[in-house]
Write a new protein. Structure first.
Length: 163
């Protein structure tokens, strides 16, 4: 059962995406700049990238990455927890990225935009050039450093992703 907070944040996300789309296609808006690259969350990807989205939420542990923070929260200071946000949430510390579970619940997990970049412009216009498509090992190593792999004893699936 959805809580009022979940429903409200989903509605806000949909309204924001809809408003960005309207701005992009509004008559007389040809000279206006394109929508900015903002974080919109994985649900904005679902309708156009159905199979990729399904595989991501089914197989990618990062689609549930905030669970790790919640599981380890006990015994950590807020500063220690915040150090986790950079890799376990979407866009933390970047304009329009994750702020808190209350303010930006749709960005609480490491979603599509962690690897592909902010998706607001792509979602609003459908322009393939507005999103990063070809990822490299270096893209993965932003979070999957050798030190973190050793410290947390996990073997990342570089280029394995979910799609």
């Amino acid at each position: 059962m959805q809580t009022l907070t979940q429903t409200s944040s989903r509605q806000r996300m949909l309204l924001t995406s809809f408003a960005m789309l309207l701005l992009a296609i509004a008559p007389g808006n040809a000279s206006a700049s394109p929508p900015t690259a903002t974080y919109v969350g994985c649900l904005a990807c679902r309708d156009c990238h159905t199979e990729e989205f399904r595989r991501f939420v089914t197989y990618a542990k990062k689609s549930r990455s905030f669970e790790s923070i919640e599981r380890l929260r006990h015994g950590l200071t807020e500063a220690e927890i915040e150090r986790c946000y950079g890799c376990h949430t979407t866009g933390y510390g970047k304009p329009g990225g994750f702020v808190s579970i209350e303010a930006t619940p749709h960005l609480k997990n490491a979603g599509c935009e962690v690897c592909h970049g902010p998706g607001g412009r792509h979602a609003a216009t459908g322009d393939p050039a507005a999103i990063k498509k070809h990822l490299s090992k270096e893209d993965c190593e932003v979070c999957h450093t050798s030190e973190r792999v050793a410290a947390f004893r996990f073997k990342p699936l570089i280029h394995g992703g979910a799609h």
